[in-house]
Ligand binder design. Sequence first.
Ligand code: 13P
Length: 292
Amino acid sequence: MSIVNAKELLMKATREKYAVGAFNITNLILMEAVVEAAVDRKAPLIIQTSVTPAKFLGARVLVAIFRELAQAAPIPICLHLDHCTDVEFCKLCTDAGYTNIMIDASKQAFEENIRQTRAVVDYAHAKGAISVEGELGTVSGVEDQVKVVENEAALCNPAQVVEFVEKTGVDIFAPAIGTAHGVYKTPDPKIDFDRFEKISLLLNGHGVKVPLVVHGGTGLPPATVKRLVALGGAKFNVSTELKYTLIDSVYEYITSHRDEYDPGKIDKAVKASVKEKIYYWIDLLGCAGRAA
Ligand code: 13P
């Protein structure tokens, strides 16, 4: 149906109190799997790539495949560059046709984070309807090239949020609230719901202005996800779970079909397993049937 930016999708999600799944993909099969699952559920969709796959596969190649799949799909879809720490690469992906860019300058000092985020916002907005995600505080764990050890992770300071958003002009905002990239060490990770609610009220309490992003979706208990959606979480990022599903399903297929040499069947098994994960997330986030 349509190629959209993340802001368009997420303003509506915030107003209507559901969230959109933002799924990290690393290859064509995963991209097809997330699109097919979202189409089956009539859900809006954000496809994400980290910097490494964007460099390995090529940003323009990824955009070409994205455009081909998105144009044929009867749902709105965004292509998002995730956690890019390099302003120049953000610009390159903007030029290539990504429709949302995350500049992750969260490890920098506050003023430098503002400066780099502002540079990407100015560039993306000058190109047209490309929206930008910025982050304050640091999310612990590893996501592609961004590594934050637990004792150095800093939660987002609500006192800085309005200044950050106003000075950068950022379209969507990711506050660090205790979620983490990768696999959680405990089944019930400590999330600072009060902090998240405060930030949500600051930005969207009097009319929706800047939709909120939750990082570290893998392993969050369903009740935690639902509570964060109710508090205003509009974009949920899920990466590690899909990488595990990809690798485990390849391994399982090969070990149970050791004499078979048919790559298409492996791809089929991977796609089926990944689609099951996407259905789970779409249903949990409440975005099934919201594509219209
Ligand atoms: P997980 O890998 O924990 O799902 O986190 C994904 C993420 O936040 C990507 O930005």
